[in-house]
Ligand binder design. Sequence first.
Ligand code: SAM
Length: 269
Amino acid sequence: MTLNKGTLYLVPTPIGNIEDISERAKKVLSSVDYIACEDTRVTSKLLSLLNIKNKTFSCHEHNEIMASKKIIEDLKMGLNIAYSSDAGSPCISDPGEILVKKAIENNIKIVPLPGPNAGLTALIASGLDISHFYFYGFLDSKISKKEAEIAGFLKINVPIIIYESPHRVSETLKSLFKILGNRKIIIARELTKFYEEFIYTTLEEILKNEIKLIGEIVIIIEGNSLKEDIDLDSKITKLKELKYSNRDIVNIINSLYDANKNEIKKKLI
Ligand code: SAM
């Protein structure tokens, strides 16, 4: 399979701190034939801060199919093109996916650059076991759909990353508590910016204290602490019938099923 001549570069941009642009990103943005981007005003502002002069071309959520066609034609002609969204990594809860799919279909070389991403930046400061995690991005804005999506989290036993806008965050926290019960959460606010803040709390606490959250927000939710979908109630009943003490029941279920001790204790009470 021979590749077409042009290369599509996927270029992440800072999520709030200009110093997070990489040397390689700057080099690519200066040297490509043009930069396709989510919002030409946002990218032009970035380029001017970086002292880079280059042309921009709009390719966003609402015109991505048509705009991608032109970009693919240009790539086929041998032009090198960068794609950037407004902030962070393109395609992650941002446009770019259609363009990438079309580039693959058209045998165009794709070079993704590593760089800023809000979800991963928040995750590494979460303090949770992040050997595995689940990235969800934005929940639906309609409450019924949102709650159905949250119900899908019930069995996930690794941390879950969601993006949320500040004006929907309190409604989302309520829905999370209603469906998942009390869980540890980490709110990462205004990452990489002057007012960067991490709130390490639980759903119950944050709702009780009615903390007003402003700015850009990532929510990390602790996964279901039951490693397996086991029927705790029936296991407890059987062990009780066998006259095991509560302490033994906790230890037996914990060691056999790797179930969280507090979860078992709660059931015992
Ligand atoms: N493509 C981006 C990335 O790689 O992270 C995400 C873009 S998405 C449209 C925007 C959402 O990302 C925001 O609503 C917020 O949830 C999160 N986000 C972006 N910048 C952030 C920041 N500086 N601090 C906290 N969350 C941020």
